[in-house]
Design a protein around this ligand. Structure first.
Ligand code: ADP
Length: 327
């Protein structure tokens, strides 16, 4: 197999009339990595993915794969493939024919396409279901057929738009592990659009956080969570306090924020909420400056010295855990 190559976006832009959905973004997706495009609804994730796939016209900019600008090639000639939601399967075709469909369109002979479809079904562990119709499969199995159907074209880059959103929470976690396993086994790049922070943290080698048509921050999952650069990223990833200090705004993880007796912390606060969350308890306090701060305390420690609503406590943290924010 040939060496996989990076996919690079250069000043990629999408306009719908007056709306700028994607504003001249630059990004290099490294070959063979699992990348998640993460952000709130409407920030431009799907438009970006659909431009890479060729399902949406590029307004401006370039998409480089294998030293070639693919921005204006038809979808089937780009070296990318899009995994569609499972409801896009053909209801009247059996599983094998669904998976082989794009090869049939490309004029590949029946024996060859059936052989390759069976290889793909083996990859997603559905080889025994080849003769069933989609409506004879569970939701999770249909999703795996959709995946096999996208992978049969041997793309360098697999594009996935909210692939897990239609599944119930239990299946979502199983399917998530399945996606990760496939990406590792195939060694190709996955670009996965999601608005779920947990999903991105669980899957991604690299997270690209988008906000308002731009890339707010991109980097390894650990870096995005531990060292958010902006208040937006800190708030969107969750689990952080964004606090204004005399020297500027900082992000501080709530599990790096601890409770102490009043007067002995960096700041005092009055408890406004106590939420039991199984492994830990989230205690929110309002400081005299009017800022809400949350301390995420291990449940066992909390119940050793329980706190009450309305109680005044000190909040403490290590200076090294408070990361300066740029905006
Ligand atoms: P996301 O995937 O992050 O939810 P989208 O890429 O779907 O965001 O949308 C980005 C912006 O572009 C939004 O303001 C949305 O309303 C707008 N938009 C998306 N598709 C169209 C379209 N076909 N026509 C007009 N505006 C669109």
């Amino acid at each position: 197999m040939k060496q996989p190559s990076d996919l690079e976006l250069i000043a990629l832009t999408k306009r719908y009339g007056e709306t700028v959905a994607v504003a001249a973004i630059d990004h290099r997706f490294r070959a063979g990595r699992y990348a998640c495009l993460l952000g709130p609804s409407g920030c431009g994730k799907s438009s970006t993915l659909r431009m890479i796939a060729g399902h949406e016209e590029v307004s401006d900019g370039a998409i480089i794969l294998d030293n070639l600008d693919i921005a204006h090639l038809p979808p089937s000639r780009r070296g990318t493939a899009m995994m569609f939601q499972s409801y896009a399967l053909f209801p009247h075709l059996n599983v094998r024919d669904n998976v082989a469909f794009s090869l049939r369109m490309a004029g590949v002979s029946r024996p060859e396409r059936e052989k390759r479809a069976m290889e793909m079904l083996e990859l997603v562990e559905l080889q025994t279901m080849a003769n069933r119709r989609p409506d004879q499969l569970s939701g999770g199995q249909q999703q795996r057929v959709a995946l096999a159907r996208a992978l049969i074209t041997r793309p360098q880059v697999l594009l996935l738009d909210e692939p897990l959103s239609a599944l119930d929470p239990f299946l979502r976690i199983r399917m998530r592990a399945e996606l990760k396993r496939l990406q590792r086994e195939l060694g190709i790049s996955f670009i996965h659009v999601t608005h779920g922070q947990d999903e991105a943290l669980a899957l991604a080698d690299e997270i690209i956080v988008m906000n308002d048509a731009r890339i707010e921050q991109a980097g390894p999952a650990i870096e995005i969570f531990d060292r958010p650069r902006t208040a937006f990223v800190a708030r969107f990833m969750g689990g952080h306090n964004v606090i204004d200090l005399p020297r500027g705004s900082v992000a501080l993880r709530s599990d790096h924020t601890t409770l102490a007796s009043a007067g002995s912390g960096q700041v005092d606060g009055t408890i406004t909420a106590v939420e039991y969350q199984g492994t830990h308890v989230s205690v929110t306090a309002r400081t005299s400056g009017g800022q809400d701060m949350t301390a995420s305390v291990p449940a066992s420690a909390f119940f050793d010295s329980p706190r009450e609503l309305g109680e005044t406590v000190g909040l403490t943290w290590q200076e090294r855990d408070a990361h300066p924010l740029s905006a």
